[in-house]
Ligand binder design. Structure first.
Ligand code: ADP
Ligand code: MG
Length: 396
């Protein structure tokens, strides 16, 4: 990473604002998946052990720029307290005198959690006044919210422009892993893309075609490619506006772009519907493709088992429904085997792909699970992430 690291800061006794990604699922006042909180612990523990006085800030869900009890940070504070084994006082505000006072009273190595940054309309607008108020009580800023780095908000950009700062350990780990893949990957490098929309991921396909030895495409996005090849796609999800673009990519990629040879189809996307497997040239006009077929999984597996570097984003089918989860499962197992048995370096990114990997319990077998869905894709695409760009460089 070419950014200044939290390890380069002298934080003893300093008041440090840490932007974390605590945007976790909460149900009935309980955090139902604490992955993101756990991923922020190394930075938090490092700063506490160095004697900083910490305030953590994050957004949670999508409140409408005003306080909404449904999205208050209290459940997050309780879970963080359990994970840290230390008291975490939660404030009911993110700015104002209450924050300054809490920091005054905080011992070195103590931590408070600020209220949801999206309770303020200035957050998503990156409002200068709001950023000023956020920065006011602090000496230093540390950004560890990789999942929010693609957004130019007050807590990711505005405040970073107003305080000396550095990248946290999670951001460092994310960038180092993604740079490994994009820089000089050990070959063969196999990329796997799936998910709902091609339009979301065209830039990523383009960019991966520049580095990958093979790009395996599943999910709904393969149907735009099938349509470009002239196949009947029935009622499958197709983005007609992108068919021409898909043709161009197919030409450019040649046989490096690998599409499924068979497809699982059904009348509709529903639990309990009758599913059948057909060849790509046999999709009935009234049906929709909802998963890649078993033969496609085998062929994908052949590529994956040879790979030394693997990047995977997007499920192969509608994995939320068991009948259409086998493609995603097969690919997840293949990636896990290649990583553990074959010594491949594997990176999985994307909210739904990571959920699928977690559901199968093969998380630990992947080399790296990115916490940034949108952020990791934009990074792979070669876009500059505003939350990263704003951080000072190494040696500054
Ligand atoms: P990620 O979050 O991993 O980046 P996306 O959000 O792009 O992935 O896509 C995930 C969604 O794509 C899932 O909800 C899944 O049901 C859907 N999906 C995958 N394959 C198909 C398909 N063949 N038809 C319709 N939806 C699909
Ligand atoms: Mg998603």
């Amino acid at each position: 990473m070419n950014k200044k690291s939290v390890r380069d800061l002298d934080v003893k006794g300093k008041r440090v604002l840490v932007r974390v990604d605590f945007n976790v699922p909460v149900k009935d006042g309980e955090v139902t998946d604490d992955t993101r909180i756990r991923r922020a612990l190394p930075t938090i523990k490092h700063l506490l052990s160095e004697g900083a006085r910490l305030a953590l800030v994050s957004h949670l869900g999508r409140p409408k720029g005003e306080p909404d009890p449904e999205y208050a940070m209290d459940p997050v504070a309780r879970r963080l307290e359990e994970l840290l084994g230390a008291p975490v006082h939660k404030l009911d505000t993110a700015v104002g005198s209450e924050v300054g006072e809490a920091l005054e009273n905080l011992p070195e190595g103590g931590v408070v959690l600020l209220e949801n940054s999206r309770f303020y309309p200035g957050e998503t607008k990156n409002d200068p006044g709001f950023s000023e108020r956020l920065a006011e009580p602090f000496d230093l800023y540390v950004d560890d919210a990789f999942g929010a780095a693609h957004r130019a908000h007050a807590t990711t950009v505005g405040v970073a422009e107003r305080l000396p700062g550095a990248a946290g350990l999670l951001i460092e780990e994310e960038l180092d892993n993604l740079d490994d893949v994009l820089g000089e990957p050990e070959r063969p490098f196999v990329a796997i893309l799936g998910g709902a929309k091609v339009s979301d991921k065209l830039g990523v396909i383009e960019s991966l075609l520049g580095v990958a030895d093979a790009l395996l495409i599943g999910g709904a996005m393969c149907f735009t490619f099938f349509k470009a090849q002239g196949y009947e796609v029935g009622k499958s999800l197709v983005e007609d506006d992108y068919v021409e673009e898909a043709k161009r990519l197919l030409d450019e990629a040649g046989d490096r772009l690998v599409l499924p040879v068979d497809i699982v189809v059904a009348d509709k996307m529903e639990e309990g519907v009758a599913a059948e497997t057909v060849g790509v040239d046999g999709v009935p006009s009234g049906k929709m493709g909802l998963d890649i077929g078993p033969e496609a999984v085998e062929r994908f597996r052949d590529h994956i088992s040879d790979a030394k570097t693997i990047f995977w984003n997007g499920p192969m089918g509608v994995f939320e429904i068991d009948a259409f989860a086998k493609g995603t499962e097969g690919v997840a197992r293949a990636v896990a085997e290649a990583s553990v048995g074959g010594g491949a370096k594997s990176i999985v990114g994307g909210g739904d792909s990571v959920a699928a990997v977690a559901k199968l319990g093969v998380e630990d077998q992947m080399s790296f699970i990115s916490t940034g869905g949108g952020a990791s894709l934009e990074y792979v695409e070669g876009k500059e992430l505003p939350g990263i760009a704003v951080l000072p460089g190494k040696g500054t």
